[in-house]
Structure formats: C-alpha cells, structure tokens
Design a protein around this ligand. Structure first.
Ligand code: TRP
Ligand code: SF4
Length: 400
C-alpha cells in the first residue's frame, strides 16, 4: 500500500476570491497538516478552453500561487508546482490515450454541458475532449489517492478511477494476484514455502539482497511449477506484483457555499466577488452597495433577513450575538442597513488582514515565489518519474 497522498490543481484564470478561500483553500491549508500534499497550477488545463488567450497564463499563474501562499498554504508542508514544468503529466496523458476509448470521453457529463455553455468558443478540439484524461494523468502520475475536489469534478474523478482500472487490467498486475501468489507458495511444499516466506520478508523488510537471490533460486529450482506460478512467485518475492496505477478517491470538500454580493454563489462569472487581497476601500464600498431586502425601502420599514444577501454573509462572518442583533434590529426597523453591514465589513477585513500581510512579503520579493515553485517542481518531478518508470516498463517501453 502507498501512503495517503493528496493532490489538487486549480486553473490559473485570474485573481482568486473569497469563494475560493472558503470553498477550497481553507481545506488545503487544513489538509497540509494531515497528509503529504501536492498542489499545482493547472496551466495546460487553462489552455483546453482558453487556447486563444495564451497571454493571460503567466501572470495568472504567479498571482494564483501568491494567493495560495496568502491563504496559508505553507511551502514547507505542501509541494507547490506548475503542471507544464512536469512534462511527465503529458507523457502519461499520451500513453493512456492509447487505451482510452473515445466513447468514455464523449460520455463525461461535463463535456457536452461545457460545449453548450461556452458556445461562443469552438471547443470541438482534441485537447478539450481529452481534458478528463489529462486530469487523470495529473492524479495518477503521483499515485495520489486523495483528491479534494468540488461536486462538479466528481465525474472526472470517476473517470480517472476507470482509467486506472483499465490500465492495470491491461498492463498491470493480474486480477486476484495476491490469492494466486499465496496458492503458488503452497505448491512449493511446506518446507520450501516456509523458507520462501522468510526470504521474502528479509528482502522486503530489510532489503537483504542475498535473501532475494536465494529466493529466486528456490523458485527456479522448484519442480512442477507452471510458468505462470513461477512468475507470480518472483513478483511476490520482490513485491513487484503490484498495481501500477492507484485508483484515487475524491475528498469531497464539505459543501460550503460562499454567498456573493448579490446572494448567488460567489463566482467570477456572476460579477459578485470580493478578491482574496482586495483593498480595504474597495471591500467597504462593495459591501455598502450590496442590495438588501427589496421591501425595505425606507429606514423605517421593517425588513426580513431571509430575503437579504447581507444576512447570508452574516452566516459566514458573524457570531450568534451579532446575528441576533441583526434579526432583532432588521425585523423591528431598529437598525439601518448600513449599520447592519458594518460587522460584515469588519469580518471580511479581519479575515483578509493576515492574507494581505503574507502576500506582501512575496510581492516585495518575487524571487521567493520562483524559488518555492522551482523547489516544488523538482520534488513533484521526482515522484512523477518513479511512476513513469513503471508505466513505461508496463507498456513495453523500457528498452534503451
Ligand atoms: N479540473 C480541475 C478544475 O477545472 C482542475 C484540475 C486539473 C484538477 N487537474 C486536477 C483538480 C487534478 C484535481 C486534481 O477545477
Ligand atoms: Fe439586510 Fe441587515 Fe438591512 Fe435587514 S438590516 S435588510 S438584514 S442589511
């Protein structure tokens, strides 16, 4: 078994906002203390839909990394890197494309949805169709088994699992390997079987080279073993009879719906966002201009918080006491809307203060960010290369 490994990626599309913070980044920050984590800038993914705007990628990528660091992703705990700097993602994507049925890609539910939704763009491209396979390569190349994603990405993760299964079926360990190997040990006979197990343990636990050599001799000299059983025993001895790719599990982020300035979900496409590091004056302005309960026209009209987007932000930023004050004051016309908004403004500014502070360090010294990413790319690449060695061998490409 492999250790738990967390991997997630984000497309560089522009400044991150508080919706990203509450929906994704807070969770990353928590996970980095619990597991080895890999977080990457999915720049190739940005090109699957924005292939006609290559000029936005570079700035968006660096800004996004600064946003992550600002939010508290710690480069000493997590590996931060850029997808295009680890070409092994592309190699695995290519190799897996050989065995990916077209129908599987065409049936991914987001495929037709997105083509319709983004109808102003020609997305009838090879790259866009293959996007779930690229995402699979991102995950499988690290044998990551925990992938924090939102609801919308679940079909892609399911696709990744199916691809891993198909790959292992075609090139990897046979189904039921473990049982068959144990049965083959029995066929060695009591005494030789016992010796085999001792040697296997000595090799796998202590890396004892003499033990593995003796084990191989024992297997090769054994009488009346089928060729398949012999191979199983050799694989079992060295521990190579393993799955090549690991089926990942989704790590569903608990649905935290961050309301935007208009009460809809916060999203760039609705134009209702506050960015992670938005300056104080702008935050204040935006909240002050937020619509409130439409039936509260005059200050003297009583309002209903349930019909007010500001109330939703109080759910995120205010404690029980403040919420009680709002409910009471709103329904009795005891407080004005501007007054009611002040605790929300304070809450957002307070949340952003440490982020702004952390970001400033990196804005003042961009070389720090480059170093973090260079370091992360090198670490990621090493892990990816380990997997690719096995993948190449499995697909008949390990000749020099
Ligand atoms: N597809 C994801 C998105 O659009 C980003 C992504 C790419 C990703 N590769 C990934 C997320 C691998 C998790 C794991 O949001
Ligand atoms: Fe909304 Fe607060 Fe105004 Fe009530 S008092 S309508 S909750 S902003």
């Amino acid at each position: 078994m492999y250790a738990e490994r967390v991997l997630s990626g984000m497309r560089p599309t522009g400044s991150l906002h508080l919706g990203h913070y509450h929906g994704v980044l807070k969770n990353w920050v928590k996970l980095q203390h619990e597991h080895p984590c890999l977080f990457f800038v999915a720049d190739w993914h940005a090109l699957t839909t924005s292939y006609d705007q290559p000029e936005i990628i570079e700035k968006a990528a660096w800004d996004m990394v600064i946003d992550w660091l600002a939010a508290g992703v710690d480069p000493n705990q997590a590996t931060i890197f850029i997808q295009s700097r680890v070409p092994e993602h592309a190699e695995l994507h290519l190799l897996m494309s050989m065995m990916t049925p077209l129908g599987w890609l065409e049936r991914v539910p987001t495929y037709k949805d997105q083509i319709e939704k983004l109808s102003h763009k020609d997305l009838t491209t090879y790259g866009f169709l293959g996007y779930p396979l690229l995402m699979s390569a991102d995950i499988l190349v690290y044998r990551a088994n925990r992938v924090p994603v939102g609801e919308d990405q679940i079909p892609h993760l399911e696709f990744s699992r199916e691809i891993a299964r198909r790959f292992n079926h075609l090139y990897g360990r046979e189904p039921g390997f473990e049982e068959k190997a144990l049965a083959a040990v029995k066929k060695l006979g009591g005494k030789a079987g016992k010796r085999f197990n001792e040697l296997r343990t000595r090799f796998q636990q202590d890396g004892d080279g003499a033990a593995v050599e003796e084990g191989k001799r024992l297997v090769n000299e054994a009488q009346s073993l089928s060729l398949a059983d012999r191979e199983r025993l050799l694989g079992h001895l060295e521990g190579t009879g393993k799955m090549i790719l690991v089926e990942p599990d989704a790590l569903l982020t608990e649905a935290s719906r961050m309301p935007g300035l208009d009460g809809q979900k916060m999203s760039k496409s609705y134009g209702n966002t506050i960015t992670l590091r938005e300056d104080e004056a702008s935050v204040t302005q935006k909240v002050k201009r937020m619509p409130t309960d439409p039936s509260r026209v005059r200050r003297t009209d009583a309002g209903n918080p349930d019909k007010c987007p500001v109330w939703q932000l109080h759910q995120v930023y205010s404690g029980a006491e403040t919420k009680e004050w709002v409910r009471q004051g709103c329904t009795s016309a005891g407080i004005g809307c501007l007054e009611c908004k002040q605790p929300v403004i304070d809450g957002i500014l307070q949340e952003q203060a440490p982020m702004r502070e952390r970001a400033q360090i990196y804005l003042d010294n961009p070389a720090l960010v480059r170093d973090i990413v260079n370091d992360g790319c090198a670490k990621a690449r090493k892990l990816a290369q380990e997997t690719m060695t096995d993948v190449r061998a499995a697909m008949g490409l390990n000749y020099a």
